[in-house]
Design a protein around this ligand. Structure first.
Ligand code: ADP
Ligand code: MG
Length: 734
C-alpha cells in the first residue's frame, strides 16, 4: 500500500515544472521540503537512545517500529543504547516516534558523541514529593481524602510516561514491564490501595532512573573509545597550516601533528621524529619512537616532536574506527548464556501473567476468599512477572567487559568469545614471533669450500619474496655485507619447509632438514654441524639443490622479555597446560620451552600438524586457546576454541580473522584477558542465580501473605539495579 503511495508521489513530483519548485525551496521552510524529498528516498540513520534500561525495551521499540509503514528497517542495540533505522521520513520524525514510546533520542555521529544524555528527571522528584506529602498528611490529619489526593497525584505524575509506553506496547499486542507495572498500579487504585499504587509507581520510576544512569556508564566505556580521535586535523597546504574536519581529509594529504596532540588519522611519518604513546589502542603505555617512514595511528598521543604525516586511511577506516566497529558488532553476537536467558524470559512472563489472571479470578469465583484479597495477590504476581533483572544479567556484564578489554588494547569480538575464554584450560603458542621476538639474526654461515658470499647471495635470492622471518634475516644479513641478489625466477614458498627459486636454470632450495630429506639429498657430510647448531638452540637453514647441500646458515631468535612472566601468570591463574607448537626442530624448541617455562612442546610440525595437535587436546574435553601471529597460523587459530592473534595494530588480517586480538605486539595482556573472561562468566552466573532467587523468594512470600506490592516492585527494580552494579565491577578489572 505504501509503495503505491510512494509511486504516486514521485510521479507527481516528476511532472512538476522546475521553476515553481525552486521558488518554493527559496521561500518555504526547509524542513517541509526535506520531508517531501525524503519520502522518495530511504535514509538510514543511527540514534543514541536514552532511557532503555532493559533489553525488552529494545524489543518493544523494534516491534513498534516494524509496524509503521514508513520504516523499512530497524535494529536496536540495547547494550550500546543505539538504534539504527532505515526510513522514509525525516530523522526528527524518528526521534518524535521514539519520544512517544518514552525514550529520548539524538542523532548519533561517529565522532564526539555527547556523553550520556543528562536526564533531568523532574517527574520522579515531584511524584516522590507528592508521595511524601501524602504520607505526611495521613499522619497529621488522619483523614484519607487529602492523602489520597496526593497519592493520586504521585501516580499521575510518575505514571504518565510508563502508561504511555504501556499503551504502545499493548497496541502492538505484547507485554512488557510497563504494562505489568501500570496494570498493577491501576489495580491497586481500584481496590483503594492508593499508597501502594503510588509507591509502586515511584519505586518503579526511581529504579528505572538509576538503571538508566548506571547502564549509561557502562555504555560510556565504549563511547570513550570514539572520543579518542580528535575531530579536526592541521592540514598542510600551500598557504600554511589549516584546521580541517577529519572527515574531509583525503588519502595522500599531509597533516601536521604537534607535540601533546592526539594523532587524528592513520598515516606514515614524512618529516620529523617523535615518540608516540599508543596505549589508547594497544594498552601499552611505553612510548614508541616514530621516525620517517613509520606508521602512526589515529587516537594515539604524539608526545615529544612535531611531525608531518601522510594520511593513509580516511577517518572512517582508521585502525581505531575499525576497532570501534568491531566492538559494536561484538554486541550483536549473543553469548549462549544470553540466549538461554532470553528464551527463559519469553516463556516466563506469559506464564506468570496468566497465573496472575487466574489468581485474580479463580479463587474468589470458587468462594475461597474475597475479591480484594486475591486481586491484591494477582497484582503482586503481575509485578513479579517482570523478568528485568534476569534479562539484563548478561548484556550489561558483556558490554562492561568488552569495553574494559578494548580500553586495555584487547579486542574481543563477541560475548561468545568472552564465555569461551573463561573456560579455556590450555593455551597453545606459536613459537616464532609469539614467544620469541620473531626478528631473527644470522649467527653463522658454513659454506662448503668457504664460499660464504656465494652461499648468502643464493640464499638471499631464494628468500627474495619470502615473508618468513628466516627470509628476512637472510636479506638483512646480505644487506649488511653488501651482497646483492642473483637473477632468479620461479620463486616459491614451501610451507613449513622452506623456499625455492630458479637461478640460471638450476633450482635452489633453502629450508630445513625435512625439505632436503624429501628431496633425497644426503645429509651425512653435514650431520655433525647440524647437530652442533641444534644443540646450541639455533636454527640451521640448509641451502642447496636437489643433488647436494651447499652450506648451512644458522639463525637465532631472542625470547621476548615478557614471555616468561606471562606464562607464569597463566599457570597461576589456573591454566592447566601451556603448549608450544612449532615448525622448528627439536633442539630450538626445547631450549625456548625451557627458557619461558612452557609445559609441553611439539616440534617439526607442519601447519596441518598444528591443527591435529589442537584437535588432540580438544579430544580431552579441554577448551583450548591458540595464540599466533594470525598470518601463517590461520588454520590452527581457526581450529582452536579461541583464536588469539597478536599485533592487531600492524596487520589487518589478524584483526579480521581471530576471535580475540591483542592489539599490542605481545602476549602480556593474555592473562588479563582470561581473568576478565572468567570474572565475566562468574558475574553473569551470579546475576542469573541472584535474579532467579529473588523472583522465587518473592513468589514464595505471596502465600503466607507476607509480600506487599512495594516489596514486589523493589524485588524487581532493586534486583535489576544490583545486577547492573555487579556487572559494572567488570569495568574495573585490571
Ligand atoms: P614456525 O612458525 O612454527 O616457526 P614455520 O611453519 O613457519 O614454523 O616454519 C617451519 C620451519 O620451516 C622453519 O623452522 C624453517 O626451518 C623452515 N622454513 C620455513 N620457511 C622458510 C623459509 N622461507 N626459508 C627457510 N626455511 C624456512
Ligand atoms: Mg610462524
Amino acid at each position: 500500500m505504501s509503495s503505491e503511495e510512494e509511486k504516486k508521489e514521485s510521479c507527481c513530483s516528476d511532472q512538476k515544472p522546475i521553476e515553481p519548485l525552486l521558488e518554493q525551496i527559496n521561500t518555504a521552510d526547509f524542513s517541509k521540503h526535506q520531508k517531501k524529498f525524503n519520502d522518495a528516498l530511504l535514509i538510514t540513520a543511527t540514534f543514541e537512545v536514552s532511557g532503555m534500561d532493559c533489553p525488552s525495551c529494545a524489543q518493544s521499540i523494534e516491534k513498534h517500529f516494524r509496524l509503521l509503514p514508513w520504516i523499512s528497517e530497524i535494529q536496536v542495540q540495547f547494550s550500546l543504547g543505539k538504534c539504527k533505522v532505515t526510513h522514509r521520513k525525516t530523522n526528527e520524525d524518528v526521534i518524535g516516534e521514539l519520544k512517544n514510546l518514552g525514550y529520548q533520542a539524538t542523532l548519533s555521529t561517529l565522532k564526539k558523541t555527547t556523553s550520556p544524555i543528562n536526564q533531568k528527571n523532574k517527574t520522579l522528584w515531584i511524584s516522590g514529593l507528592s508521595l511524601a506529602f501524602g504520607l505526611f498528611s495521613s499522619y497529621i490529619w488522619e483523614t484519607d481524602e487529602i492523602a489520597i489526593f496526593f497519592y493520586a497525584l504521585a501516580i499521575l505524575i510518575g505514571g504518565y510516561k510508563p502508561a504511555k509506553s504501556a499503551w504502545y506496547t499493548l497496541k502492538n499486542r505484547s507485554l512488557d514491564m510497563n504494562v505489568l507495572m501500570v496494570g498493577a498500579t491501576i489495580g491497586a487504585a481500584t481496590i483503594g490501595e492508593w499508597l501502594e499504587g503510588a509507591t509502586v509507581v515511584w519505586l518503579f520510576a526511581l529504579g528505572n532512573w538509576l538503571q538508566v544512569r548506571s547502564i549509561d556508564r557502562t555504555r560510556n566505556s565504549i563511547r570513550g573509545l570514539m572520543n579518542l580521535a580528535p575531530s579536526e586535523a592541521w592540514l598542510k597546504t600551500d598557504e600554511g597550516m589549516k584546521p580541517q574536519p577529519v572527515e574531509t581529509i583525503q588519502i595522500g594529504q599531509t597533516i601536521i601533528v604537534k607535540p601533546g596532540e592526539k594523532i587524528p588519522l592513520d598515516g606514515i611519518v614524512t618529516a620529523g621524529a617523535t615518540s608516540v604513546n599508543q596505549s589508547p589502542i594497544t594498552g601499552e603505555s611505553i612510548p614508541i619512537d616514530k621516525t620517517i617512514g613509520e606508521e602512526v595511528y589515529a587516537g594515539t598521543i604524539n608526545e615529544t616532536g612535531s611531525v608531518e604525516v601522510k594520511v593513509t586511511r580516511i577517518s572512517q577506516e582508521t585502525t581505531l574506527a575499525r576497532i570501534i566497529h568491531l566492538v559494536e558488532k561484538a554486541q550483536e553476537k549473543q553469548a549462549p548464556m544470553q540466549s538461554f536467558v532470553d528464551r527463559f524470559a519469553q516463556i516466563y512472563t506469559p506464564i506468570v501473567f496468566g497465573l496472575a489472571i487466574l489468581f485474580i479470578l479463580l479463587p474468589p469465583l470458587l468462594g475461597w476468599g474475597s475479591w480484594h484479597e486475591w486481586l491484591y495477590r494477582g497484582l503482586e504476581l503481575l509485578v513479579i512477572a517482570c523478568p528485568c533483572a534476569l534479562v539484563i544479567s548478561t548484556p550489561v556484564a558483556i558490554v562492561s567487559a568488552i569495553g574494559n578489554a578494548a580500553k586495555n588494547g584487547v579486542l574481543i569480538k563477541g560475548g561468545v568469545f568472552l564465555e569461551i575464554a573463561g573456560q579455556i584450560k590450555a593455551v597453545a603458542f606459536d613459537k616464532t614471533g609469539t614467544l620469541t621476538e620473531g626478528k631473527l639474526q644470522v649467527t653463522k654461515i658454513l659454506a662448503s669450500g668457504g664460499k660464504e658470499e656465494k652461499l648468502l647471495s643464493i640464499a638471499r635470492t631464494i628468500e627474495e619474496y619470502s615473508k618468513h622471518p628466516i627470509g628476512l634475516a637472510m636479506i638483512e644479513e646480505a644487506d649488511r655485507r653488501h651482497i646483492g641478489s642473483l637473477s632468479g625466477t620461479d620463486y616459491q614458498t614451501l610451507v613449513g619447509r622452506g623456499a625455492q627459486a630458479t637461478i640460471e636454470n638450476c633450482t635452489y632450495y633453502a629450508g630445513n632438514q625435512r625439505l632436503f630429506e624429501e628431496l633425497k639429498v644426503s645429509l651425512t657430510p653435514w650431520s655433525n654441524l647440524l647437530q652442533q647448531a641444534q644443540s646450541s638452540g639455533h636454527t640451521p637453514v640448509l641451502i642447496g639443490t636437489d643433488q647436494e647441500v651447499l652450506g648451512i646458515i644458522t639463525v637465532a631468535d631472542t625470547v621476548r622479555l615478557t614471555s616468561k612472566e606471562t606464562i607464569e601468570q597463566l599457570k597461576r591463574s589456573g591454566i592447566l597446560s601451556t603448549i608450544m607448537l612449532t615448525g622448528d626442530h627439536e633442539g630450538t624448541a626445547r631450549k625456548i620451552a625451557n627458557e619461558v617455562g612452557i609445559d609441553e612442546y611439539w616440534a617439526n610440525l607442519l601447519p596441518e600438524d598444528k591443527v591435529d595437535r589442537i584437535q588432540k587436546y580438544q579430544q580431552r574435553d579441554w577448551k583450548i586457546g591458540m595464540v599466533g601471529d594470525g598470518m601463517n597460523d590461520a588454520p590452527a587459530l581457526a581450529t582452536a576454541d579461541l583464536g588469539i592473534a597478536m599485533g592487531g595494530v600492524g596487520t589487518d588480517t589478524a584483526m579480521e580473522t581471530a576471535d580475540v586480538v591483542l592489539m599490542a605486539d605481545n602476549i602480556e595482556k593474555l592473562p588479563f584477558t582470561l581473568r576478565l573472561s572468567r570474572k565475566t562468566r562468574a558475574i553473569i552466573q551470579q546475576n542469573i542465580v541472584f535474579s532467579l532467587t529473588v523472583k522465587l523468594a518473592a513468589l514464595l512470600l505471596i502465600f503466607p501473605n507476607w509480600l506487599t506490592l512495594w516489596i514486589a516492585v523493589l524485588s524487581d527494580t532493586g534486583a535489576a539495579l544490583i545486577v547492573i552494579l555487579n556487572s559494572m565491577r567488570l569495568t574495573k578489572v585490571k
